[in-house]
Design a binder for this molecule. Structure first.
Ligand code: ZN
Length: 249
């Protein structure tokens, strides 16, 4: 956990402090090693409320949101308490996932949180980004505005692993921009994968990173790419350019 309570204040782990877990109200101690980011840990034998150790990537995402929205105690219908990585005042939950996750865990968290998005670290494995972009070479345009593609999932392990999710999954490939990418934008995007009833294909929609954060923090609709940022035209093959039929006047 990033936060524990000390004198009714939310505090980050620091050497010498002893905090209280906001969920089970047990004493927690700081762990400030060189390998993992500083965090609070529960005494042995006590459940840590976290599914995975936090990475820098995880922490960076959480810290893009107000402190009060981070690690929010979420009470499931069953009465069980869980920590949501981020929960906005409108109830929207974000879960950031770096490590591999089992199907059971994934669907259990989707049940618990209800209104949630996944943000998945697309740079964990060396080939994940390459395979994802390779799949994009076989894209078909479903909508021009907002730009939406359907791609085959067969060759991308990342897409296959998440294709059963019932929630929108945003793949985060960082700020990398490779000249060989089949689709490129002028600013960093997250790739939203939308739940589909059948396997084998993923519905993908690029969302500007800045717009994603805006939508979460300002409680505004999540808008896709259109108007202000278009795909770099030279790199868009002729067959996927807007036909006259689809062009907006
Ligand atoms: Zn606890």
């Amino acid at each position: 956990m990033q936060y524990a309570t000390i004198n009714r204040e939310r505090r980050e782990a620091e050497r010498g402090l002893i905090g209280t877990c906001p969920i089970c109200e047990i004493s927690v101690r700081p762990r400030c090693g060189r390998i993992r980011v500083a965090h609070w840990y529960h005494p042995p034998g006590h459940f840590d409320h976290r599914w995975e150790p936090e990475t820098e990537w995880h922490r960076k995402w959480k810290n893009s949101f107000p402190k009060e929205w981070q690690e929010v105690c979420h009470r499931a219908g069953s009465g069980e308490r869980h920590l949501a990585d981020v929960k906005a005042p409108n109830g929207q939950v974000l879960e950031f996932q770096h490590s591999p996750i089992s199907e059971e865990e994934r669907s259990s968290r989707e049940m618990i949180h209800g209104n949630m998005f996944w943000v998945v670290d697309g740079l964990r494995l060396k080939n994940d980004r390459q395979r994802f972009y390779d799949a994009l070479r076989f894209r078909k345009v479903v909508h021009e505005s907002p730009l939406t593609f359907i791609v085959p999932t067969t060759s991308s392990m990342l897409l296959r692993k998440w294709e059963n999710s019932q929630k929108i999954v945003f793949f985060d490939f960082g700020e990398l921009d490779e000249p060989s990418d089949p689709v490129r934008f002028k600013a960093s995007v997250l790739w939203g994968s939308f739940p589909v009833p059948q396997k084998g294909g993923a519905i993908l929609r690029p969302i500007l990173r800045a717009k994603f954060l805006d939508s979460m923090t300002k409680n505004s609709p999540l808008v896709g790419v259109e108007g202000d940022v278009k795909p770099v035209q030279a790199l868009v093959p002729a067959w996927m350019r807007p036909s006259r039929h689809h062009q907006r006047l």
